[in-house]
Design a binder for this molecule. Structure first.
Ligand code: AMP
Ligand code: ZN
Length: 126
């Protein structure tokens, strides 16, 4: 049985119950534009099945985990940042300000970034 949480906004996007601007989709993952972009390119990559966070990944999820990374590469190409550069961020848990409890990789690009991410200012988002 595919995992589905009826209270999860990203499960609803994966099921087509909530609209999203889809960039890529296959049998395991999908990628769509972030509603509140932090950069010119800001795409979220999610597993179609509900997994609450990276901390909830198990060895059985090996294929899903690898598909997220491969999708990131595809999304980078589709959005034109493969050569200019991009960042892949998983916010996991409270300290990282994870606000949606369904694994998502933020693919961010299209501008020069800073490092480390907590330098200078704090942003609450989500
Ligand atoms: P995080 O804070 O790392 O959990 O990231 C959640 C992200 O989901 C934020 O960047 C939000 O802007 C984004 N987001 C929330 N709801 C939606 C939605 N319906 N469509 C697209 N992006 C969303
Ligand atoms: Zn979910």
């Amino acid at each position: 049985m595919p995992r589905y949480d009826p209270d999860c906004i990203f499960c609803k996007i994966a099921a087509g119950e909530i609209p999203a601007t889809v960039v890529y989709r296959n049998d395991y993952v999908m990628a769509f534009r972030d509603l509140n972009p932090a950069a010119p390119i800001h795409v979220l990559i999610i597993p179609l099945e509900h997994i609450a966070s990276l901390s909830h990944l198990s060895a059985d999820d090996e294929q899903i985990a690898s598909q997220i990374l491969l999708a990131a590469r595809t999304v980078a190409e589709k959005t034109g940042v493969l050569d200019s550069g991009y960042r892949l961020v998983f916010n996991n848990g409270p300290d990282a300000l994870q606000s949606v409890g369904h694994i998502h990789a933020h693919l961010i690009g299209g501008r020069t970034m800073a490092w480390p991410p907590f330098a200078g200012h704090e942003i609450r988002h989500g």
